[in-house]
Design a protein around this ligand. Structure first.
Ligand code: SF4
Length: 350
């Protein structure tokens, strides 16, 4: 059967390929070095990095690096070293140098093949990026959170949407791969604002993105606003819906989304007062994105589909929580018996 892909609306075609983005991007194991709050200009209203990472407050750079060294020595293959959890490029110079010297040492010993760090878009001035480049970091993840001036102001981030964009461009023009982290549901961020943020982020051609739906950890300013009724977190339903749409946009652009929620951490989970926390949030968002992608593909196909082939990894979540999406698949003309799972990475609708 001839296979064709046609983007014109309502023109019947034999088959449609569409991207699911559901491939294994993490070929190299990442060893994280958590540096909660180090280098941060203040404590952001929603941030509980020390509990979120399970790392507590950093007792000192050398003990953190010793822990990372032990983790690297347990690995049989070279890993990626990732400096996470604070504002790496704004840490004291001595701490940055200790981390970069450690990276150099581990790389020379064959334990590390590549490295990344996370920082803020307004902490890239001066020699920060050039130093990282000299030591061979490849990827800089920016905690952009939003490009919306209103959301950034209401969340007291301390920079504008324009500065966030400039930060993204500075990272790429310094020769790094760019990661963009967004915080859907932060104060001032509606689902519409979040989708605009995703579109803006994709225009900056990132190598990866992360979405961290905003939660309300106790002990934060956000918890106080929540108690005063001055902040209302997104519901689980609106979060899944918005993440699904965002994920579909990223798949279409070929940009991997490497996290869809904060990783489970008992000390953090026990202190969440409210917000869209669900143990399978990522799978729920992927199921929604898959269905939205299939809906678009069926519209392009221009007729009732006969069959859909999907990557095997979709098998466990395609129908959503307790089969909640089964009816929507059925309404598309794709009952369970018409869907098969194969080794392919994209989807094929015919
Ligand atoms: S959100 Fe980022 S910049 Fe703000 S306190 Fe947390 S780690 Fe620091």
């Amino acid at each position: 059967m001839p296979i064709s892909s046609n983007s014109r609306q309502n023109v019947p075609v034999a088959a449609i390929h569409f991207s699911t983005g559901l491939k294994n991007y993490a070929a190299v194991k990442i060893i994280p070095v958590f540096l909660p709050f180090l280098g941060c200009p203040g404590k952001c209203v929603y941030c509980a990095q020390d509990r979120q990472t399970g790392a507590g407050l950093v007792p000192g750079i050398s003990s953190v690096l010793q822990t990372a060294k032990a983790a690297l020595e347990r690995q049989s293959a070279a890993c990626e070293l990732a400096f996470y959890g604070g504002t790496f490029t704004a840490m004291p110079q001595a701490d940055i140098k200790a981390c970069l010297d450690f990276l150099q040492l581990m790389r020379a010993g064959g334990k590390v093949s590549c490295a990344r760090c996370s920082t803020r878009p307004d902490a890239l001035a001066g020699p920060a990026l050039a130093d990282l480049r000299r030591y061979g970091l490849e990827l800089v993840e920016l905690g952009v959170q939003s490009f919306s001036d209103d959301a950034l102001r209401l969340s007291r981030r301390g920079y504008s949407g324009k500065e966030a964009l400039e930060g993204c461009r500075a990272v790429r023009s310094a020769g790094f791969r760019l990661g963009i982290q967004l915080l859907p549901g932060m104060p001032g961020c509606t689902p519409e604002v979040f989708l605009q943020d995703v579109e803006k982020a994709l225009q900056e051609k990132p190598s990866c993105m992360r979405f961290y739906p905003c939660l309300v950890p106790d002990g934060t300013v956000l918890a106080q606003w929540y108690r005063e009724d001055a902040y209302k977190p997104w519901s689980l339903e609106e979060t899944v819906s918005a993440l699904g749409r965002a994920l579909m946009l990223a798949w279409q652009a070929g940009v991997p989304v490497i996290r869809l929620s904060v990783a489970p951490e008992p000390a953090f989970d026990s202190e969440i007062l409210a917000g869209p926390r669900h143990p399978a949030l990522g799978a729920l968002a992927q199921a929604e994105a898959l269905l939205l992608s299939a809906e678009k593909a069926v519209a392009r196909l221009g007729r009732t589909p006969a069959a859909l082939e999907l990557p095997k990894c979709c098998q466990g979540f395609i129908f959503g929580d307790k089969g909640a999406l089964r009816k929507r698949w059925q309404a598309l003309g794709l009952p369970p018996q018409s869907i098969t799972f194969t080794d392919r990475e994209d989807a094929l609708l015919c």
